[in-house]
Write a protein that binds this ligand. Structure first.
Ligand code: NDP
Length: 462
């Protein structure tokens, strides 16, 4: 039998890679892991975690305004961008330390270097200029924001990577895209006092979400003062004499702003990774092709997380890592389950969702009941804020199964997590009806919508 330096070598120290490496090491496997930037990966260093911290920061402007309705007199408030960046940095450094500690405690060898494949079982550690061998290799190198090379002047734009650490908070920003990142950052910058414009190519933002939530969020964002330009794209970016960005759009003329941020999807980090030398196949988007067990086309090489472009979400990468461990090290073949993934968009108001949208359900099922509530949340009564919440259940009329649950409003992400448990368990609408409300909450609407708002039969609304 061939002998290797490691049982497992992991390339990439993000959510998926660290989980695979740490658990394999804790099972007694000899593990090496290499990361070229910072342990924690996109999620911890320049994604979910700092994003959520910035969402909290951006919500204070409305909180101060709302306080008046509850009897508070709030003095003049000022926001200090540099203080936020420094506080964020401290927190992600702490988390990065925990990731390293977890690996170290489990007995994994940690390398701070870029690593590339040089053959089927061989990895070159670039900083040390040496090759190590491993029985199994996991590629979990994630992705990066699409730089949109077709856009003239794209080099004058920032992405979410830079947005967290800008030297100065811009006075104005133009954000391109209508997905998670564009929408979340538009709300963050607006809440921090930046004049914010979103430009999106489609008819309505957040193309993969339920139409009610898309319209509802669009309306709320505009009511706050965020400009949203739909059915439009950037044509070029130049820099004027004062260093401001001059963005030429197709349909809305020229916009001059302090920063332009591109949030046009993320692409897998598969460049110069030596994949061809090891016989690892990629698809036309550059994502590593894997089978149902995260196996690549090369024996002994696996890939998980964003680099495979299955579902670009942290919990999915972690789940894929755990399935790899079950299959390879616990003799329990387990393939990742990508069905019914609950997700949140940390917009303001928030979106929380799980299961089929009304549109998708109408394509797949003949007879649907749609339960829908739109109401002013209790907090908005005294604050005077006009914001509305939307809750929606998509139910298969034939067997009463809840196919989708969609929420727009505060804490929607928290609710989506619990709805995810119910839908995963195959919950029917009758169970919702039998469930006692928690009063007074917004979530109680979910269990008090007794009659369908409308039905959809053979794709037609009744
Ligand atoms: P998304 O896929 O969510 O959105 C990309 C956006 O860019 C879409 O609106 C898309 O339009 C648009 N777009 C793509 N290409 C072009 C183009 N050539 N010209 C104009 N517009 C274009 O990607 P994000 O970058 O926002 O986020 C990447 C991933 O990260 C997400 O898919 C998500 O999985 C994950 N993420 C999750 C978060 C969360 O869980 N809260 C937060 C942030 C990111 P169209 O819709 O028309 O295709």
């Amino acid at each position: 039998m061939a002998s290797y330096d490691y049982d497992l070598f992991v390339i990439g120290g993000g959510s998926g890679g660290v989980r695979a490496g740490r658990v394999a090491a804790s099972l007694g496997k000899k593990v090496g892991i290499a990361e070229e930037y910072r342990y924690g990966g996109t999620c911890v260093i320049r994604g979910c975690v700092p994003k959520k911290l910035y969402v909290y920061a951006s919500q204070f402007s409305e909180t101060f305004e709302d306080a008046k309705g509850f009897g508070w007199e709030v003095g003049e408030s000022r926001f200090n961008w540099k203080a936020l960046v420094a506080a964020k940095e401290k927190e992600i450094t702490r988390l990065e330390g925990l990731y390293r500690k977890g690996l170290d405690n489990a007995g994994a060898a940690i390398f701070n270097t870029r690593a590339e494949l040089v053959g089927p079982n061989s990895v070159r550690l670039l900083n040390e200029d040496r090759v190590v061998t491993a029985e199994r290799i996991v590629i979990a190198v994630g992705g990066h924001p699409s730089p949109h090379p077709a856009l003239p002047g794209n080099e004058f734009c920032i992405s979410s990577n830079e947005a967290f650490d800008l030297a100065e908070l811009p006075k104005s920003i133009l954000i391109a895209g209508g997905g998670y990142i564009a929408v979340e950052f538009a709300n963050i910058f607006h809440g921090l006092g930046v004049e914010t414009t979103l430009i999106y190519r489609g008819k309505e933002i957040l193309s993969r979400f339920d139409h009610d939530l898309r319209h509802g969020l669009h309306k709320e964002m505009e009511a706050k003062g965020i400009k949203i330009l739909c059915e439009d794209v950037l044509q070029s970016i130049t820099v004027d004499g004062e260093g401001r960005r001059v963005a030429e759009t197709k349909n809305h003329g020229v916009l001059t702003v302090d920063q332009v941020m591109l949030a046009l999807g993320r692409v897998p980090n598969t460049g110069a990774l030596g994949l061809e030398k090891a016989g690892v196949t990629v698809d036309e988007q550059g994502a590593i092709v894997v089978d149902a067990f995260s196996r690549t086309s090369a024996p002994g090489i696996y890939a998980l997380g964003d680099v495979t472009n299955r579902v670009q979400l942290t919990p999915v990468a972690i789940h894929e890592a755990m399935c790899f461990i079950e299959t390879e090290y616990r003799n329990n073949p387990t393939s990742p389950d990508h069905d019914l993934i609950a997700t949140a968009v940390f917009s303001q108001p928030e979106i929380g969702t799980v299961g089929l949208t009304e549109e998708d359900a109408a394509r797949k099922f003949e007879d649907l009941e749609i339960y829908r509530a739109e109401f002013r949340p209790m907090k908005a009564t005294l604050s005077g804020r006009s914001e509305k919440m939307i809750m929606k259940l998509i139910v298969n009329a034939v067997d009463r199964k809840v196919l989708g649950a969609h929420i727009l409003g505060h804490d929607a992400g928290e609710m989506a997590q619990l709805l995810g448990v119910s839908l995963k368990g195959g919950v029917t609408k009758d169970v919702f009806d039998r469930t006692m409300a928690v009063h007074p909450t917004a979530a109680e609407e979910l269990v008090t919508m007794y009659s369908p708002t409308y039905r959809i039969k053979n794709g037609e609304r009744q």
